[in-house]
Design a protein around this ligand. Structure first.
Ligand code: HEM
Ligand code: HEM
Length: 207
């Protein structure tokens, strides 16, 4: 019979793969902002046709909660993390993702159901284009994308059969995450030139 620890790992891994599909599409959508806001809105409208279906969205939000809960348990059980660099990256990136997802998804839900605003491009762009908040939101998004790739890099490092190639490939995945994170921040700030946010959104969002 599998131990509770190996079932937890298997469950975390399985829902991680499902969530990974959403995250890949979500980040792919954000890449479109490098071209224009219109392209980003076009992509989001299409993706919403799927993930805004009540059944799909409920499953998605449940997967997020499960991922955080199971991940935290895995970190607690495996603490302190083993010394190899990527074992530590797995734990620390997971801890950051737990914090990020709670704030990020919480903010989207508050935006929709409390502030009654559109949680589209401008909702994310507001923090990144408002002084002094961009000093928080820039690193916050950069680290989130870095952390998701770091988490993937750690999994790749652990499971790669060719041990000689594992460290360099994992490092490449980790670095690509930070490069992508920087590109997304550039897309949401019009390459640091700033994006005017609709006045109605500024008035509706209280922070
Ligand atoms: C977007 C969210 C997440 C995704 C997509 C994800 C995905 C994964 C995947 C696929 C693995 C399996 C790695 C392998 O096969 O070796 C894994 C492992 C792990 N994750 Fe996550 N994870 C997420 C969030 C979290 C969070 C929030 C935490 C902790 C707070 C966490 C902690 C861990 C730990 C400790 C392991 C290693 C388990 C072991 O010892 O094998 N993860 N994650
Ligand atoms: C530059 C980075 C990111 C930006 C600008 C961003 C922006 C957004 C926006 C605007 C929404 C609202 C979508 C909608 O209303 O249809 C959203 C939702 C969401 N994001 Fe992100 N996101 C980023 C990175 C991430 C990452 C790295 C993850 C996962 C680790 C993530 C997970 C989610 C989830 C789970 C939702 C909720 C979807 C829903 O139920 O509506 N995001 N994000």
């Amino acid at each position: 019979m599998p131990s509770s620890s190996s079932s937890l790992k298997a469950g975390h891994r399985l829902s991680g793969l499902v969530l990974g599909v959403f995250i890949a599409l979500h980040l792919g959508n954000h890449v479109l902002a490098l071209h224009s806001i219109a392209w980003h809105q076009w992509g989001m409208t299409r993706l919403r046709l799927v993930y805004r279906q009540p059944v799909v969205e409920t499953l998605l939000l449940a997967a997020v909660l499960w991922q955080i809960g199971s991940g935290l348990l895995l970190v607690c059980r495996g603490w302190p993390p083993a010394t190899p660099f990527f074992e530590r990256v797995q734990g620390y990136s997971g801890l950051y993702l737990a914090l990020f997802l709670l704030i990020h998804v919480g903010a989207v839900l508050v935006g929709r159901y409390v502030w009654h605003v559109e949680t589209d491009f401008y909702f994310a762009a507001r923090g990144l284009n408002t002084a002094p908040w961009y000093w928080f939101f820039g690193p916050y998004y950069l680290l989130a994308v870095g952390a998701i790739f770091g988490h993937l890099a750690a999994a790749h490092y652990r499971n790669r059969r060719n041990r000689d190639r594992a460290p360099m490939e994992a490092l490449l995945i980790l670095v690509s995450g930070f490069v992508l994170g920087l590109l997304l921040v550039l897309g949401f700030t019009n390459y640091f030139r700033g994006i005017p946010v609709p006045v109605a959104l500024v008035k509706a969002v209280h922070w």
